[in-house]
Design a protein around this ligand. Sequence first.
Ligand code: ATP
Ligand code: MG
Length: 422
Amino acid sequence: MAKTIQAIRGMNDCLPTQSPLWQKVEGTVKDVVSAYGYSEVRMPIVEMTNLFCRAIGEVTDVVEKEMYTFEDRNGDSLSLRPEGTAGCVRAGIENGLLYNQEQRLWYMGPMFRHERPQKGRYRQFHQCGVEVFGLNGPDVDAELIMMTARLWKQLGINEHVRLELNSIGSLEARANYREALVAFLQQHEDVLDEDCKRRMHTNPLRVLDTKVPEIQAVLVDAPKLSEYLDEESKQHFAGLCELLDAAGIQYTLNEKLVRGLDYYNRTVFEWVTESLGSQGTVCGGGRYDGLVEQLGGKATPAVGFAMGLERLVLLMETLELNATRPVVDVYMVTMGEGTLVAGMALAERLREQVPGLRVMTHFGGGNFKKQFKRADKVGAAVALVLGEDEVANGLVTYKDLKGGEQLTISQDDAAEKLAQLV
Ligand code: ATP
Ligand code: MG
């Protein structure tokens, strides 16, 4: 036998046993974003490397060490997208969607980061992102958070996630804060690790993100970003908190929440769970009012979030919310001369008459026992049986595989009888 070829580390297949739960999560996400009137946008998976360097920032984990970057046959540097916001802004500018316009958009698809694979962290993973352009008030920030809260409720995980919120202010406010923070970090340089030392000069706010307990302990006394916030950002944040209070959404203020990517300003938030170990952030987002201009468009306020679908699926599995209905409702069993042709024709007719009904036809022959075993295996609720007698008389035998009821009915009445299954 030839040697088998394996999937790339950190890139997973979604198997038939797993896809129903994925479809449920994706379907619920689509229902919820649609309920707010948002439109879908689809971007390429590969973009110019420059786009990500400029949008995400050179001195971020994502650009420094996580991107899949390669030269194509023309010698252009391309990268697999590590996130969706940069491509979405690029597409918006390029297609004239952002110029003096308001856009409320969402997308879903695979993202790629060369990270160490572990539970909840993969090299190909999937995000759903939502991005709003052209609106600068806290109202839309609140709506995005309400939208995610609605999603958690519909997925049944709302008791297991909590919201962390912060404002990181304007670019100027952050520049002032940065100075104060660097001065503080310099005094404590001896406890910083290599990563933090490097970041102290390149991107000091990211030091606040450190997961090292000893450094976290020192940071307790670091200057606080909230003391440097500009008046407008303060008001924006107060407005957001008021709207969340009115909507009954609970949150914790987390001064250390600065988010990993450079482009954020003002509102930043994360939804976290305790049920997935250290990969606990299921959704993160915030404002990025400067990014459109930074990428060559006209200055346009913007806000968005992205959620990791693997982590939502994992959370639902952990909470045992993964019960999904089987993929087959009706199993078509046939026996005798000419019955398979009749069975396939009846199955086609039923698919037309009962939209949403999932009918699987048995192939490969075999006795009744074998065919009913297959029906059970695929989880069908009902078997329809066609023998030569039934076919000759336009009848079909209906067998309820869960309850046991069995009766022979006219093929013309089968649709009505089966409609209850959808
Ligand atoms: P983390 O701190 O866990 O690395 P992040 O800040 O890098 O997350 P974002 O860039 O904000 O993540 O992406 C939004 C969401 O996408 C995350 O909250 C997470 O749910 C998911 N996500 C990010 N990276 C991965 C990955 N490598 N594998 C699976 N999901 C991921
Ligand atoms: Mg990360």
